[in-house]
Ligand binder design. Structure first.
Ligand SMILES: Cc1cc2nc3c(=O)[nH]c(=O)nc-3n(C[C@H](O)[C@H](O)[C@H](O)COP(=O)(O)OP(=O)(O)OC[C@H]3O[C@@H](n4cnc5c(N)ncnc54)[C@H](O)[C@@H]3O)c2cc1C
Ligand code: FES
Ligand code: FES
Length: 491
């Protein structure tokens, strides 16, 4: 491997931070509060759910400065090389006054106990920077990842609307004014070397590797197959903050350009495994508009900014939201290692609970999704206890090809119904050659009992899961037969 760096550097508000020693379990929020005494961001849940720890992370993408809200509590400190971290302390208005968002939150009583307030202001600030006149729906989506136990949200939404629509408030913002300087500073921090950080931790030696390119990733992972790959850390961060696990070696792939590409090739869309939900959504929605409401129910904005499609597949969870719809769409995945690359249908990746078809040193490179033809009827549904920021009890993807009223092919995949994401193959078989009717769908739904024995757990009982899965067959028919796009029905 060519020359290696042994430090990370990032901008924190208007200061350059250089760190030579970082622990594998060090989180951004602890660094801000304990090391830098920037105590505006709060720790509520320490698992990405409440948004009290929201800060912005900016990065240069093709020379453009993009800021996203992230959960500081589960963001690995070592993932910030080359980024700009903006905390609530940096927010201000012209000449030392409050920022218009802060002012509006006061004037509209958007803050009571105040614990959630810095996180809410940072999420609204991220929205305000990119959308001058957001709709109420956009404001609600921006706040999906922020909990407030006092205000009931209406005053916060009124504050957000006021700051965006009230003509009296000038759209001035020191951070926007500083952009040229920040870009210059980040350009200076840019480098093309891989980074290796080593430290003696409490439980033994710790090492962090940040590959500069795919070749370095493949070589390092081949030599250290037990290292943990970290993409967006929205699963892995919780192993540290909730299970108090120590990670001896980790490899950050979240900023690796080679895994962040989105390409159309022939009749398929290829999404790099490191593409976040937020970055993938415009293309996924363009190709499959009916799944937009489904995608908007994955996590909150912070989780969608950090979490990747690849991480949702590679974690092997039976309740991840992307595998059911991707399997239904006929997606294939590409795995790579020093040995080369191989491609397999996504459903074949999931072997058993906690076991995937991935060899030591192999990483998920990309996901290929065939585009729909005119006669495909596609939908994805998520059933969870809470509408937003909740894990699915049952999720399903439907993809039927219907010609002249007859079902010619069917791909239906469930999450939450088995130990892995799983196709409903017997039900699919029953549908093929049948008219697309309520009767056919109900008949196929009954077959589910022959091929699935769902678990009972704290989210749902086995009987509930089965019933709801069967009902979703009927819902799919009623929506499609009535000409709904899926957008209305899932609101
Ligand atoms: C508050 C909150 C809400 C959430 N809501 C949802 C939800 O609504 N629906 C849902 O499905 N999930 C949800 N999740 C779970 C999580 O966000 C997703 O599973 C996410 O897609 C994981 O991606 P990541 O990049 O963060 O993965 P990471 O946490 O970085 O990694 C997850 C696992 O995948 C492995 N991995 C990552 N990338 C690769 C790769 N390229 N090759 C091989 N292995 C890899 C890692 O080693 C690790 O084992 C939520 C999480 C939180 C914290
Ligand atoms: S502390 Fe709750 S999301 Fe971070
Ligand atoms: S103001 Fe108290 S939690 Fe929001």
């Amino acid at each position: 491997m060519p020359t290696m760096r042994h430090c990370i550097q990032f901008l924190l508000n208007d200061q350059t931070i250089t760190l030579n020693e970082v622990g594998t379990g060090d989180m951004l929020l602890d660094f801000l509060r304990l090391n830098q005494r920037l105590t505006g961001a709060k720790e509520g849940c320490a698992e990405g759910d409440c948004g009290a720890c929201t800060v912005l992370v900016g990065r240069l993408v093709d020379d453009e400065l993009i800021y996203e809200p992230v959960n500081g509590c589960i963001r690995f400190l070592s993932s910030l090389d080359g980024c700009h971290v903006v905390t609530i302390e940096h927010l201000k208005g012209a000449e030392g006054t409050l920022h218009p968002i802060q002012k509006a939150m006061i004037e509209h009583h958007g803050s009571q106990c105040g614990f959630c307030t810095p996180g809410i202001i940072m999420a609204l600030y991220a929205l305000w920077m990119r959308t001058a006149k957001p709709s109420r729906e956009q404001i609600e989506h921006a706040l999906q990842g922020n909990l407030c136990r006092c205000t009931g949200y209406e005053p916060i939404i009124r504050a957000a609307q006021a700051v965006c629509y009230d003509q009296d408030w000038p759209r001035s913002d020191p951070l926007l004014d500083e952009r040229a300087m920040v870009k210059e500073a980040l350009s200076k921090l840019k480098h093309d070397q891989s980074v290796l950080l080593q430290k003696q931790g409490d439980s033994g030696p710790e090492q962090i590797f940040i590959p500069a390119n795919e070749e370095d990733l493949a070589n390092f992972y081949a030599e250290h197959p037990d290292a943990t790959l970290i993409a967006g850390a929205t699963d892995a961060g919780l192993w540290v903050t909730k299970f108090l696990s120590s990670i001896p070696a980790l490899i950050h792939i979240g900023n690796l350009k080679a895994l962040k590409t989105i390409k159309y090739k022939g009749d398929s869309l290829t999404i790099g495994s490191g593409v976040s939900y937020s970055d993938a959504m415009p293309d996924l929605i363009k190709a499959f508009p009916m799944i937009e409401p489904y995608l908007l129910r994955i996590g909150g904005w912070q989780v969608r900014s950090m979490g990747t499609i690849g991480g949702n597949i590679a974690n092997g969870s039976p309740i991840g939201d992307m595998p059911p719809i991707l399997i239904a769409l006929g997606a294939e995945i590409c795995l790579k290692s020093v040995e080369g690359s191989r491609q397999l249908p996504l459903e074949d990746f999931f072997l058993a609970y906690g076991k995937q078809d991935r060899q030591p040193g192999e990483y998920l490179h990309s996901i290929h999704i065939p585009l729909m033809a005119a006669n495909n009827e596609v939908a994805a549904y998520k059933i969870s206890k809470r509408r937003d920021e909740d894990i699915s009890s049952v999720a399903v993807g439907f993809n039927l090809v219907i010609e002249n009223g007859i079902i010619r092919s069917a791909r239906i995949a469930f999450g939450g119904m088995a130990a892995t994401p799983k196709r409903a193959q017997a039900a699919e078989k029953t549908l093929i050659g049948q008219p697309f009717s309520e009767e056919s769908m109900i008949k196929a739904a009954q077959i589910l009992e022959e091929e699935f024995t769902p678990l009972s757990d704290m989210r749902a009982s086995s009987a509930y899961r089965m019933k709801v899965a069967q009902n979703l067959f009927r819902r799919f028919y009623l929506e499609k037969a009535n000409g709904f796009t899926g957008l209305e029905a899932a609101q």
